[in-house]
Each structure stands twice: as structure tokens, then as C-alpha cells.
Design a protein. Structure first.
Lengths: 66, 66
DNA sequence: TATCAATGTCAAGTATGTTTCACTAAAAGA
DNA sequence: TCTTTTAGTGAAACATACTTGACATTGATA
């Protein structure tokens, strides 16, 4: 699965730490999700979508092999 | 978080076991997600959305307290 | 009633998400 | 260059997702 969290953050001009605060997770969690190291829970995906004002499917996308 | 997987299954007229096969998880996983016992990964949410032909946000929704 | 398909549930084990703390590296600004 | 902010990374601990296997319950149908 891939994501464009970095782009969405850039659009809203917020840091990883700020996003982490907004959705109530640690900064490392944002960092590792953003760099594709692991797949977040659906609750986190929905929260990010809410913060960015975009549907989940515009932020996260399945890849070959998922 | 709540979900309407049961409704979506009804619309497509498929069983928990069939859905499980389609997204490659165990039948129990579908059962427990459907009954809200735990929150699935974003990959599973995207796969279900794909199966049902609906965006993730139409199947899963945040609740107070999430 | 007897049977079968579908669903619910339990327990134990494995895999993976998430946290905290700490430190390094890179980027941006004065 | 020096400083500060932001991002990347590692390890250990803990929480939760997911699996398998087995069995109980429900609902429909013959």
C-alpha cells in the first residue's frame, strides 16, 4: 500500500509532529507510516482523511501484492 | 469506529466466508471486524471497498471517542 | 424433526502496529 | 557557520490484529 501523506502535509503546511498531535499518535508513528514502513489502522486512516479533508481512498492506495 | 459491512454484503449477496476469500483473510477476521470487535488495517479496508465498489469512507466511519 | 449453510465465539499462538526514549541526520534560517 | 527545527532511525515494551482449529447457535429448508 502506498500513501501521499507527505504531499497532503505539504498542502496543509504542517509538520509530522503537528499531524501526530492532530490525530493523537506519536510523531514516530506518522514518520513510519509516511515512509511506508507499516500499514496504519483504519481509524488512523479515517482521522488523517478528516484532517486533510480528503477521502481515505485519495490518501491511501493499494499496490500490486497487497 | 463503526462499519456497514453487513449491509454491503447483503447488497452483493455474499457470505462472510466468501468475503474472506475475496480479500484473503480468515472468515473469523471478517466476523470480528463486522461485529466491531476490532479495527482492521487500512489494507483490509481498501480491499473491502474495492470488493464493494464503494469508497472506504462509505463503509467505515469514525465515532465519538475514536 | 433432521439437516445443512451461515454465523458467532473461544482459546492459543503469531505477526504487526504503536509508544516511549534517545540519538543522528538533514534542512532552513540568522 | 551556528543554531534550531524537522525528519529519520533503533530498540524495547506493550497493545492489538489476524490465524487456525474447534465447537455452539441460528435460520432455512426438506
Amino acid at each position: 500500500m502506498k500513501n501521499n501523506i507527505r504531499v497532503q502535509r505539504a498542502i496543509k503546511n504542517i509538520t509530522q509532529a503537528e499531524l501526530a498531535d492532530l490525530i493523537q499518535v506519536s510523531r514516530q508513528t506518522i514518520n513510519t507510516i509516511e515512509s511506508g514502513k507499516y500499514v496504519p489502522s483504519t481509524v488512523l486512516a479515517l482521522k488523517m482523511a478528516k484532517v486533510f479533508g480528503k477521502p481515505v481512498d485519495e490518501i491511501f492506495e493499494l499496490e500490486e501484492g497487497d
